[in-house]
Design a protein around this ligand. Structure first.
Ligand code: ADP
Ligand code: MG
Length: 214
């Protein structure tokens, strides 16, 4: 009986992981924290999933290659194993999805439906700038989840640069306010893991970005 319950939970977790659309099955155990020592304690605490029942958010900031997507997916997998429904997509994909719902007059319904997911992951905020109406759509996603369900966001930009991405200082400030009110903000640092042992410390373009994050 116990074995059957365990098997059923495991297959439920597998179904949730598949349905979540994670880019790769990467786990916390696969992550080498010697490269990001400051992230070890907060990530291990987050992996327990308490933030999900408290409807708190997680923001992972840092230059390219520092493990933001890996850790976001790893937290997503942990959440699936803990019984939560999860959806992972890039910021660009989320905007496309919300725009489509909006055009069909179904935005409110879509936002309500998304609240049934305990965790929504928005990867790569900041790689591409958004149009003005996109910023408004994204703001509505953030507002509809505020104090109801968790978000994980990743970005290569400091919050101070988000206004440029969203094209609207006021919308960006209101959004960051809601995201950060109950959030763990984790700054990843250093050289790209992709470029390790290549004799390339950090690409020059990234050095400038990183300095702006400090
Ligand atoms: P980012 O999203 O910050 O650009 P990724 O999470 O995509 O970076 O990481 C780039 C690659 O390096 C991925 O294959 C990821 O699994 C791996 N990686 C990054 N940091 C670590 C780490 N500390 N330990 C193990 N693998 C890592
Ligand atoms: Mg990434």
């Amino acid at each position: 009986m116990e074995r059957e319950v365990a098997a059923r939970n495991a297959s439920g977790a597998q179904l949730r992981i598949r349905a979540a659309g994670m880019p790769a099955v990467k786990t916390i155990e696969d992550f080498n924290f010697d490269h990001q020592p400051a992230a070890r304690t907060p990530l291990q605490a987050l992996a327990s999933g308490a933030y999900l029942t408290e409807h708190r958010n997680v923001v992972l900031l840092g230059p390219p290659g520092t493990g933001k997507t890996h850790l976001a997916a790893a937290l997503g997998i942990a959440a699936c194993r803990q019984g939560h429904r999860v959806l992972f997509a890039t910021a660009t994909d989320w905007i496309a999805r919300l725009s489509e719902a909006h055009e069909r007059g179904r935005l409110a319904g879509e936002l309500t439906r998304l609240r049934r997911y305990g965790l929504i992951i928005v990867d790569e905020v900041g790689y591409l700038p958004f149009a003005q109406d996109a910023a408004n759509l994204f703001f509505q996603l953030v507002s509809s989840r505020y104090e109801h369900a968790s978000l994980i966001l990743t970005s290569n930009l400091a919050f101070s640069s988000w206004a440029g991405v969203f094209g609207d200082q006021v919308v960006a400030a209101a959004m960051i306010d809601r995201i950060v009110h109950h959030a763990d903000v984790i700054a990843l640092k250093g050289a790209s893991y992709r470029l390790r042992d290549r004799g390339v410390d950090t690409l020059p373009s990234i050095k400038a970005e990183q300095e702006s994050l400090d």
